[in-house]
Ligand binder design. Structure first.
Ligand code: SF4
Length: 215
């Protein structure tokens, strides 16, 4: 018996602590080093994470799988790829028999993989000079689905473009444009991106009802 202790808070604190331990450590002042996960997800979110961060809501143990695998170094590998004077750093969860594997959590097993995960895996194939990779999704109820991919050049060029854009905008202190996607619904910057804009825009009652201004 733990008396009146708030179990939800205990679980939340545990998930928060493990997440912080296992997430890649970023030197926010080093704009010449871009981490792969920053480049493949919404660039605006990555920008805010470096310049004016808000803690994300971490709710599930299943989200920790990838981080724990990397931390335990059970076949995990950290690598770098030079893009002119920028270092792109990426980490594969497991490399076994020359196959790169990354693990992701999902509320239910997806029918197709998320584009950010495909970009991440493909970039790992270039960073580690491998041909084949697998994305494994694990859902909260223990179901699992996997997708295999072969290295693709055009897709990696898109990742390189995104790395350069993030590097430039961080250097120029310019906020990246909105990248509306499913990611927004669970993003800690949702209000900053959408609600502020909505509230900040003055509503013209004549526009609202399609009335013309009288001279
Ligand atoms: S709310 Fe959407 S557009 Fe805004 S930072 Fe988050 S993911 Fe990006």
């Amino acid at each position: 018996m733990l008396g009146d202790r708030n179990y939800k808070q205990v679980i939340k604190n545990t998930i928060d602590s493990i997440s912080k331990e296992t997430e890649p450590q970023i030197d926010t002042n080093d704009t010449k080093t871009i981490h792969l996960h920053e480049a493949v997800r919404c660039l605006r979110r990555s920008y805010y994470d470096r310049t004016d961060p808000v803690e994300p809501e971490r709710t599930s143990f299943s989200n920790l799988v990838s981080g724990l695998l990397r931390k335990m170094q059970y076949g995990s590998k950290l690598g770098e790829y030079a893009i002119d004077d920028i270092k792109l750093k990426g980490q594969a969860d497991i490399i076994v028999d020359d196959v790169v594997m990354i693990f992701r959590s999902a509320t239910s097993p997806p029918e197709i993989p998320f584009s950010s995960d495909v970009l991440y895996l493909n970039a790992c194939l270039w960073i580690f000079n491998k041909i084949d990779g697998i994305i494994v999704y694990i859902s909260g109820d223990g179901k699992e689905v996997s997708f295999s991919f072969a290295k693709e050049k055009k897709m990696f060029e898109e990742t390189i473009r995104r790395v350069r854009v993030l590097n430039n905008l961080l250097g120029e202190k310019k906020v990246p444009i909105l990248e509306p996607s499913e990611e927004c619904s669970s993003c800690q910057y949702y209000e900053r991106c959408y609600l502020k804009q909505k509230m900040g825009r003055g509503i013209n009652i004549q526009d609202l009802f399609g009335l013309k201004k009288s001279d």
